[in-house]
Write a protein that binds this ligand. Structure first.
Ligand SMILES: NC(=O)c1ccc[n+]([C@@H]2O[C@H](COP(=O)([O-])OP(=O)(O)OC[C@H]3O[C@@H](n4cnc5c(N)ncnc54)[C@H](O)[C@@H]3O)[C@@H](O)[C@H]2O)c1
Length: 336
């Protein structure tokens, strides 16, 4: 079968550590090149994976072997970089949020439609094995009866990890430029609930704060609470914290069923089902590397969709709805 020639653009946290190793392993993908203006990073990945390196998008766009790009540059540059690839007729998987506001997001979507290229938003939680298993359990297996009446979601990220990912002065801490860390990090969970429930957001309310962490010299902590109602009637509560101590990173999602059962997903590895009898059943999800949070699977879905000329399961509209929800949560930052 023909392979799709792919370039990964932006080799930071998610581009370099999740997308490059994924594309390198996907059977129908050919990792033609990596692109980042940071020569050290570009050289490191080009050498490790034996592909070409480009230090600018202009250089990458001159390579006829590149048919598609995974764009993982900071969100403030999504619009400009995405438009360059779209206007050159390349298919793109674009990291989330799609833009820093709804104007930018709309512009990217319209440009891809006009150029007739695939634009798939990177909503990788939909491919994470723990969440695909949860979807099966509440869908096909009806473990929550008619379905969840409530979802309680908690996402804590240790300040030391955020400081290592985004050093002082990083785009991610600049609320004016990028919407700030909570905007960046809330889009995946909102989309996860829409997808699990198969239902659209009816209302969303939030309150959030953002504080500097002198201990990490430039890193911001944040706390966000949001509550959403979906058209199907399910209510979701979300707690986000990006300012907890080392070792406290955790993601947990608890779904309370119409039949009183409780289904809990803990990080990427454990599912607990609580019922009247038996009290508790524990299932383990054994997965590691870039498959854990679904990056490998989403990249594979993108590659195969393009090769087969099919519309990916995740549409630009899904990306737009999640971005809009993130914008609304971030607009509720208490001003300091
Ligand atoms: N899907 C996920 O799990 C996930 C996780 C984290 C971040 N993200 C998203 O991915 C994007 C990148 O986040 P990150 O944390 O990896 O950022 P990062 O700051 O770690 O890395 C971004 C990289 O892009 C490079 N870059 C900037 N402009 C460029 C350009 N014009 N051409 C080529 N390279 C350029 C930078 O030099 C840097 O190496 C953001 O939109 C973020 O919201 C997604």
């Amino acid at each position: 079968m023909k392979k799709l020639g792919v370039c990964v653009v932006g080799l930071g946290f998610v581009g370099g550590q999740a997308h490059v190793p994924s594309i390198n392993k996907i059977k129908n993908a050919d990792l033609i090149a990596v692109c980042d203006m940071n020569d050290k990073l570009a050289s490191k990945y080009a050498t490790k994976y034996g592909c070409r390196k480009y230090l600018s998008t202009d250089e990458a766009l001159a390579d006829p072997g590149i048919e598609a790009a995974i764009i993982a540059v900071p969100t403030p540059f999504h619009l400009s970089v995405a438009l360059e690839f779209i206007n050159a007729g390349k298919h793109i998987l674009l990291e989330m949020p799609l833009g820093v506001n709804m104007e930018q997001t709309g512009e990217v979507i319209r440009a891809a439609e006009k150029a007739g290229v695939t634009l798939m938003p990177s909503l990788n939680f939909r491919f994470a094995p723990i969440y695909t298993r949860i979807k099966e359990m509440i869908g096909k297996e009806n473990v929550l009866g008619e379905g969840p009446v409530a979802i309680h979601y908690r996402e804590y990220i240790s300040a030391n990890l955020l400081a290592a990912q985004w050093p002082p002065g990083s785009w991610a801490w600049d609320k004016e430029k990028s919407g700030g860390p909570l905007f960046t990090l809330s889009v995946w969970s909102i989309d996860l609930f829409r997808w699990l429930l198969g239902s659209d957001l009816k209302q969303l309310h939030a309150v959030a704060e953002n504080h500097k962490l002198p201990k990490y010299g430039g890193t911001h902590g944040y706390t966000g609470y949001a509550v959403a109602e979906f058209a199907c009637g399910t209510i979701a509560s979300m707690q986000y914290s990006g300012g907890v101590s080392a070792g406290q990173t955790m993601v947990s999602m608890e779904l309370i069923g119409e039949n009183t059962n409780i289904l809990t997903a803990v990080d990427t590895h454990t599912i607990r089902l609580n019922t009247d009898d038996p009290f508790e059943t524990v299932y383990k999800v054994d997965v590691s590397g870039p498959k854990m949070w679904g990056h490998y699977q989403e990249d594979e879905h993108f590659v195969n969709s393009v090769l087969e000329g099919k519309t990916p399961d995740i549409t630009p509209e899904d990306g737009m709805i999640a971005t809009e929800a993130g914008v609304r949560i971030a607009s509720m930052y208490r001003s300091l």
